[in-house]
Design a protein around this ligand. Structure first.
Ligand SMILES: [Zn+2]
Length: 80
């Protein structure tokens, strides 16, 4: 685990939402990015979060994001 940047997978998952929202400082952003670059499973989680975030932004309201669309994204990831 220690060869994937400063963060473990667990730590990266904890930071992921803040990373997607760009709420981390430059050092934290760089550390998360480094981990994602070296860790495909975490990178997939990141891509998924990004897509959900875009979806929610497009629809404007998280509660109204169509369940079917989110599941469609999920199924795309399972196929990848
Ligand atoms: Zn990882």
């Amino acid at each position: 685990m220690s060869d994937k940047g400063c963060y473990s997978c667990d730590q990266t998952m904890e930071q992921l939402h803040s990373y997607v929202d760009r709420e981390l400082n430059d050092f934290e952003m760089a550390d998360v990015k480094k981990h994602l670059d070296d860790c495909p499973p975490c990178e997939q989680h990141f891509e998924f979060n990004l897509q959900v975030k875009r979806l929610v932004h497009t629809k404007g309201c998280p509660e109204k994001a169509p369940r079917a669309l989110i599941e469609k994204i999920l199924s795309n990831f399972k196929q990848a």
